[in-house]
Design a protein. Structure first.
Lengths: 342, 342, 342, 342
């Protein structure tokens, strides 16, 4: 089958013919891909930022936002059948460890993360397991929702954590209205009555943010910290939801936070640097966010089916993967890039 | 009356005669001090670390851990009478703002913090209000429990936040078994079945920790991060409760944290510096802790009455305040220093 | 001043001239009423259902949903000034007891409940205190929002409790789309993405429910339990929110509940009768709801200001109070009845 | 193999020879029983109380509190090996449904409940699956902890739910210090600082309760409701944890409940009958409890390993099962009865 593979860090992916995956265990599921989302993490992977953490052996196939149709199943699989339309939870989990049993499958002790530490979805076929496939209405096309599998799921997961502090009368500041941010905004709108303020340097991104639920948008113009403070009676926001995590936004985000407020870290790249005296005297919190659980993905698919979350995508054929990555890197890609194999 | 006042940052306190406080509002309460706890924050105050945050005008009287007997009350005070033994919640709150009404009185919008931004308890009399006095059994002596008013309360508050992640089978690492830490250990013991591991460089502090509830103690010997990881199957602790926040402990504490774990910040002095990629890939959290609420203090007094929390104190006369501060600064003070006015 | 007073249980109210209330304490506030909501509880009061619980001495003035303008204030009141537009939290609370301090002011240990156990708002003036007045935009007219003070607040409070079980993909069944129910529906819509199914025997009420946010409405036609089960794949709803509590709806509501689901009790009149074997084998919960807190009322006023909650009201002059009560009793009153004094 | 089987409701069990269970799926696990706890539910089963709910076909083997050693495993089982000492979570779950994934495996949509709806542990061998076996230290003997598998687990689960309302200064009333109650008391002691008051008519049970952690015991002497109210300043308890659910205790328990308190239903037999006006005016809750999750069982085994929970048991050979059931029924069995097959 055709796959786009990373052979060396800092180099382009190679589109090539490789062997198809095989069923080896009773819970295995092989999926024919209908769409694979392209994510800023794929750029970070290419740059080697994940090399030490993932310990993946090169060459391998990136792509961790996958949807398609079930192609083959193991002997004990009962929850999907060949031909079913599915979206894949990004993590292949064991179902036996404490984390899986606690509803925190993201921290499974025996997991694989296709596209990060094993072969992913920039290919025709992907091997996953029965615990990772969410069955969809056959009317949905995988390419239209694939990017919800990780970008969307991460945004949903962070928003779900934020909900408990976002009662009516509170403010949520969203930093970054790109691939993840524009899903986060929609999730906030669907599940809270908080006032949503979105900060982005890009005018088109801000216009999109307003369309999909932002109550206010603010340009990242150098005095946006003051602007947010003015908009919140000098007190700041109960929640800052940071989908950027680089380009100097972190100290700005912290300055926008209300006393006792929480900073939700989703985007990454730079360091959090904060004096402990500020952390304690303002009693603020920093909340890490990886990706959502299987149930989170299931819930997000409900919001998608209710048209409360819609994706803005640009489609590329699989063999144009390097063009797509360049477009993403250079800010030419609005919404989310989707690779389609055939 | 006699009071110990700070006239200039970086200088010793001056013990001098000043005017007594007066009742001016219907909710005012004036307390004759029976004991005032000495806290590392008093050193930080003297060093000017709080100058910008508190905006206090010098000279003023430090001392924010106070207990005594009611001396005079305003016309509308109904919850205490002259002569009652009381411990004072450190913050004088309004009872009308959203935070006060939400059970989060620490973030009161119209508060005063005697000893930090107004005159405190290194004196014979202190002015507070009806919302800040917790009535005690007359059998209790103020000097025996005064330090629970802030040090104890802060430790209790942090432990109470940590409880929700500390089910049986989990590990809580306590960094620092000094004034706050040794109360935190007792609170953990009283309210959880978690395994408690205490790290301290001081052998006496570790011995005390073992006596009052630590399941294990670890010397801060340079390889203690590895020791903690070995004790937790290489996974780290669900909660790291840091009562130090300086001397380089923060990166160590982060390294001891389990994936999805939470770092409770109580001690302060240095910066948290952490790459966002670690925050998101490990999905870890940082939780700020200021001081507990009035109800927290009331609950802590229950633990004290049940003998589940006992204070180890050293008493000094008020006019020896500078000796006490030097002892604290130079690590000669075990347990908590208490100043007694008369 | 003019007031409508209950002299004997089971008799009509008497509209008569009585003495005006006086300021007696530093936190007292006297409000000139702009609107007083009429509630099914007023009928229950008249029938004597509350006599034993409230221990109120007759004659007295009912009316517990009040809004107006500040008329006079006590010496220590700082949060409102004469002339301010205010809505009154129904309970006059102390601000000193544990419940008040815990954000649970409804269970204040030293409270009064004007209209239930002391004189209420079916009058020209009402005495309350500084802790019970929520300041509003001057543009709002008291009669338009008065009924949010108790009916709305109770509905909001119950919905807020239900939110934690109402993630996307869940179902909330609302029993009764009358005065409280139609506010509850709007609160659910504003704060959750759950599917909202509303049951009511009245066609007009169902039509209104659909307009304001119900995803489905079901006639109470005798087979509605089966209908709900069919709509939920035979499993029932995660939350049943019962605004009726009489006319035989309780066993129906229990039958509609999913395993591990929660039954929110708001309406009252009949008994809950349920075998403990059902409670444990289905692991279901029953959650009592009185009225919301001051902060809940503040949050509800935000939803009102955002036009996410709008009240459907019918206005009556105060001296037509008995007509209004008859209309309510006989089901002729859609939305909420509001009494206006002048 | 030998098994004790129920052939007809209301009749004694028949000890007889039946075929051994066989591995048929990749996740199956067969366990050689070392101990099977006897529970009041087994009496209810025999009386036919569960017939309609369980739909079990007679004859079948009761016994739902099981521990032993792994005898045989399916092809995909990786978490236990033949010979391992294990305790069995009572429910055999799928690991694929939303409930399993949410950490609520008790409500698994494809579950079996050996001993209730399929063959249980009153036998030499029991068939379960990989998701239901908790691996233990080999030093533990199954007969010493078997009863923790359901009775203990249920008590633990209920106490864990109650913890959030049981801060220091609160009161937990435990009704019934029998098989479940005496575990519940130990769990409360291990995980809260609440005051624990235990009510039981039996003097020996009260003496045991005092030994294992009750702060006070009260005889069920007809005026015990008043006694509890006196012990709680007339206010009642924040939590009533009812391990009886019959013999008229329910209205007593409700009367002991503080406003805003919660009634935890564990024991069963009679109905809850409560006027909705009481539920709303006192804002009380009723919380159903079935059995704990797999993770709850794992946590309880930690408490057992820490000697914080110890079981008081009486052992019977499997063929004396009917004697054991008679002893339980007639109140001659203190602590928990354990059947041992060989």
């Amino acid at each position: 089958m055709i796959a786009a593979r990373l052979h060396r860090y800092h180099e382009k992916l190679v589109v090539e013919n490789i062997a198809e995956p095989k069923i080896t265990g009773p819970w295995d599921v092989i999926v024919r891909l209908g769409g694979a989302g392209l994510c800023r993490t794929d750029l970070h992977v290419q740059e080697g930022q994940w090399a030490e953490k993932s310990q993946v052996a090169l060459p391998y196939t990136p792509g961790h936002e996958n949807a398609g149709w079930v192609h083959e199943i193991g002997s004990a699989v009962t929850n999907v059948a060949v031909g079913d339309t599915v979206i894949m939870h990004p993590i292949v989990t064991c179902g036996l460890c404490r984390a899986c049993r606690a509803g925190d499958d993201v921290h499974c002790e025996e997991s694989a993360f296709p596209g990060i530490d094993t072969d992913g979805g920039f290919a025709e076929l992907l091997k996953t397991n029965a615990r990772s496939v969410v069955k969809l209405q056959p009317s949905l096309h995988p390419k239209d929702i694939a990017a919800l599998a990780d970008a969307g799921l991460t945004a949903y997961h962070a928003v779900k954590k934020a909900i408990s502090v976002l009662h009516p009368g509170t403010t949520a500041v969203v930093i970054g209205a790109g691939g993840l941010g524009h899903i986060g905004i929609q999730c906030l709108k669907a599940m809270t009555a908080a006032e949503i303020i979105v900060i982005d340097p890009n005018e088109k991104a801000r216009a999109l943010a307003s369309e999909i639920g932002a109550d206010h948008t603010v340009a990242a113009d150098g005095r946006h910290v003051d602007t947010i403070l003015e908009m919140t009676d000098g007190k700041g926001a109960e929640a800052v939801i940071d989908f950027v995590g680089e380009s100097g936004v972190i100290p700005q985000g912290i300055a926008m936070l209300r006393n006792a407020g929480s900073y939700f870290v989703i985007g990454y790249g730079e360091d959090i640097v904060v004096p402990t005296i500020d952390v304690i005297s303002r009693e603020i919190n920093f909340v890490g966010n990886l990706v959502g659980t299987y149930n989170d993905l299931d819930e997000l698919m409900v919001l998608a089916a209710q048209d409360k979350v819609t994706l803005h995508t640009s489609t590329y054929p699989l063999d144009a993967v390097n063009d797509a990555m360049a477009d993403l890197d250079q800010g030419r890609l609005q919404g989310r890039g989707i690779l389609v194999a055939a």
